[in-house]
Design a protein around this ligand. Structure first.
Ligand SMILES: NC(=O)c1ccc[n+]([C@@H]2O[C@H](COP(=O)([O-])OP(=O)(O)OC[C@H]3O[C@@H](n4cnc5c(N)ncnc54)[C@H](O)[C@@H]3O)[C@@H](O)[C@H]2O)c1
Length: 304
């Protein structure tokens, strides 16, 4: 498979396009916003440079940003949808993609958690629509969840899995099309508890972040949670979870600490204030430092 299209060239789409190209594919990218199409070239070039630093091999393919959806998908064998996380926008996008794409093309969605079965309602050929959930930044984090919906042909999920292995990322097959799939369910369990601990005054936000980064975070990059259970001992886990599980946060709604800030426009880095404050220049400095460290960790793990 050599021809790919990426629809939506925002935070995720640009890195996805660069990764597919680095794997040797000819990629055509399209975004509905002309300004996003103009910005995409820089983001794709940056992601390509990072990929070059992670992998010894020079990028094999190319990315062209085109002005119409039909130009992007007309010859594509794999089409990755990365438009905003809104079921109506995704449904309309898939209907348009299906109308312009070759009959055999794989239609893949980067949705963070909208059930794939629901997206399949938007197309006439649901057997070829499959979830392909990348993690941000998509060119650095190698895991991709492959999520078949109720109507996805097994051969489509198999072809996508093989393709992902071919460009050097790590596909993981999700067995049930559950909300949030697996990556976000695990992450959101951790986020809920972290927010609750800060909200309850058990720990300061900065101390919680330090603690998790240098304990759980460091460990989890080399040992998975179920492997960790075997190391700790299931007798220990049974004893601790018998009293601790009942103490963990299990609120179904959004924590007030988050809702109050979000409603007041304190959205995080993008608004200069969230859990923390970001004075002028801080976001750029932090972004560059985190990217440098993440790439260093990835390279170390690849080489270890
Ligand atoms: N940002 C993340 O950390 C992350 C991680 C994993 C998955 N995702 C998922 O990836 C998808 C994209 O997220 P993002 O963060 O890149 O969003 P984004 O807002 O940065 O980018 C979306 C892009 O889609 C474009 N767009 C909107 N409607 C379109 C249409 N009809 N046709 C073509 N382009 C259109 C927008 O102009 C924008 O540039 C979402 O489903 C999101 O949930 C995001």
């Amino acid at each position: 498979m050599t021809e790919a299209a990426v629809i939506g060239l925002g935070t995720m789409g640009a890195g996805i396009a660069a990764t597919l190209a680095a794997g040797g594919m000819t990629v055509r990218g399209f975004d509905a916003e002309p300004a996003a199409r103009s910005r995409a070239a820089g983001a794709i070039a940056t992601a390509s440079r990072v990929l070059g630093a992670i992998r010894a091999a020079a990028p094999g393919g190319t990315v062209a940003v085109v002005d119409t959806l039909a130009d992007a998908v007309g010859a594509a064998e794999l089409i990755v949808e990365a438009v905003p996380e809104n079921p109506d926008i995704k449904a309309a996008t898939f209907a348009a993609i299906e109308a312009a794409a070759p009959a055999g093309a794989i239609l893949a969605s980067n949705t963070s958690g909208i059930p794939i079965t629901r997206l399949q309602e938007a197309v006439k050929t649901p057997a070829r629509l499959v979830g392909m959930h990348w993690s941000n930044p998509p060119h650095v984090i190698p895991i991709i969840e492959v999520i078949p919906g109720a109507h996805t042909a097994p051969a489509i999920a198999d072809r996508l899995t093989a393709l992902i292995e071919g460009f050097g990322h790590k596909p993981v097959r999700i067995r049930k099309d559950v909300a949030g799939f697996v990556h976000n369910r695990v992450l959101y369990a951790l986020l809920r508890e972290a927010v609750a601990l800060v909200e309850d005054g058990v720990i300061e936000a900065a101390d919680l972040d330090t603690l998790v980064k240098w304990s759980v975070g460091l460990k989890l990059s080399v040992i998975g949670p179920l492997e960790l259970l075997d190391v700790a001992g299931l007798d220990i886990y049974k004893a601790v979870s018998s009293y601790l599980n009942a103490a963990l946060d299990n609120r179904a709604g959004v924590a007030p600490m988050i809702a109050h800030r979000a409603d007041a426009g304190a959205l995080g880095i993008k608004s200069g204030r969230g859990i923390y404050d970001y004075p002028a220049g801080a976001a750029e400095r932090l972004g560059a430092e985190r990217a440098r460290r993440l790439i260093a960790v990835r390279r170390t793990l690849d080489d270890a």
